[in-house]
Design a protein around this ligand. Structure first.
Ligand code: OSB
Ligand code: MG
Length: 369
């Protein structure tokens, strides 16, 4: 492969419902779509997952664009590469900025899968035909509204429900959900809203048979999480704290978590995500694939990754129609009985819908290096 041309489109997509976490709300998703062309004419697609504001991690849509334009594309364009694993080596001197790196690396994986005539899932070593899908429910204006939504999701067959919590919107909310849905596979995600001073509140959550508590403490912490895990029965799942295989190794060694949420963007690409998956498998740590309110391209990459065997817990990659009036791929991603069928056709298995993409594009730039 030799990448000769990259087109970046800035898209703005209206969401069916705003999504609120402990630190931010997304009502309209903005993203960069990368159309990456190789010397032989094969086109691969990538998507950035950073939000407009840095409330989840430090990256933003603008920082990803800056990194792509000034560092990542110059490092990649016109270089001969035999395998997508080599992309991270080209980026080795550029620190962090995982979401920017992942967007371009995902497109290179797409090209590689097409040129080796296999599905992306197969190219990654995945063998599942069906993946289990959960749903992540944002913070709601009332508990009644939340219970109503959960009822709909349970009836739709989602394999587990994750609710967002924050100080003051936690124990009573979870208690109400458990009273209404005693057997629902349920978990809570704090997006790093607590500190060790809140240990008593977090311990109260042990009473509700949660599958896990996701990222209760600081986004860059593994020490306090290890202290907390010793005093909690419920497994801690790390999200924000894990940005690399090295982070995963240290967190597992310290006992900071029992589960890891893998997000391709947060860890800098599919190659690093696979390494974390393999390491967790060797250390009996189950993983699942997190979500970043992706449009169809990012969603397709998540589905392919989730086909790997240690993705044993339901992920957050729900169907297109949960988020979007119209997704940017054809067919859209469909969930049936809490499952998504992993495409077996060559490449990502979904076609970018250029008509819809054009409609949502607010600016566009072509780079040839
Ligand atoms: O912490 O997993 C998270 C959405 C935006 C930012 C962070 C998170 C989330 C979600 C939703 O939980 C996942 C999704 O539905 O894509
Ligand atoms: Mg999370």
């Amino acid at each position: 492969m030799r990448i000769e041309e990259i087109t970046i489109r800035h898209l703005k997509m209206p969401m069916k419902a705003p999504f609120t976490t402990s630190f931010g709300t997304v009502a309209e998703k903005e993203l960069l779509l990368l159309e990456v062309k190789d010397a032989s004419g094969t086109i691969g697609w990538g998507e950035t997952v950073a939000f407009v504001a840095p409330w989840y991690t430090e990256e933003t849509l603008k920082t990803t664009w800056h990194m792509l334009e000034d560092f990542l594309m110059p490092a990649l364009l016109h270089k001969d590469i035999a395998h997508p694993d080599e992309v991270s080596a080209l980026f080795a001197t550029i620190r962090r900025n995982g979401m920017a790196k992942a967007s371009i690396e995902g497109a290179v994986w797409d090209i590689y899968a097409q040129q080796t005539k296999q599905s992306l899932a197969h190219a990654l070593g995945g063998s599942k035909d069906l993946i289990d899908v959960g749903i992540s429910v944002g913070i709601q204006s009332s508990t009644d509204k939340l219970l109503e939504l959960i009822k709909v999701y349970e009836e739709k067959g989602y394999k587990r429900v994750k609710v967002k919590i924050k100080p003051g919107y936690d124990v009573e909310v979870i208690r109400a959900i458990r009273a209404a849905f005693p057997n629902l596979p349920l978990m809570a995600d704090a997006n790093s809203a607590y500190t060790l001073n809140d240990i008593e509140v977090l311990q109260q959550l042990d009473a509700f048979n949660l599958l896990m508590i996701e990222q209760p403490l600081a986004a860059d912490d593994i020490i306090d999480h290890a202290k907390l895990q010793k005093q909690l029965k419920t497994p801690i799942c790390l999200d924000e704290s894990i940005t690399s295989l090295e982070d995963a190794r240290k967190a597992i060694e310290l006992g900071s978590c029992g589960v890891i949420n893998i997000k391709i963007g947060r860890v800098g690409g599919i190659t690093e995500a696979k390494k974390i998956h393999d390491y967790c498998q060797q250390h009996a740590i189950p993983v699942w694939c997190g979500g970043m309110l992706e449009a169809g391209i990012g969603r397709a990459h998540n589905i392919a990754l989730t086909a790997l065997s240690n993705f044993v817990l339901p992920g957050d990659t729900a169907g297109s129609s949960h988020y979007w009036y119209e997704d940017i791929v054809t067919p859209e991603i469909v969930v049936e009985d809490g499952h998504i069928r992993v495409p077996q056709s060559i490449g990502i298995g979904y076609q970018p819908n250029l008509e819809i993409i054009d409609k949502l594009t607010i600016s566009k730039k072509v780079y040839k290096g």
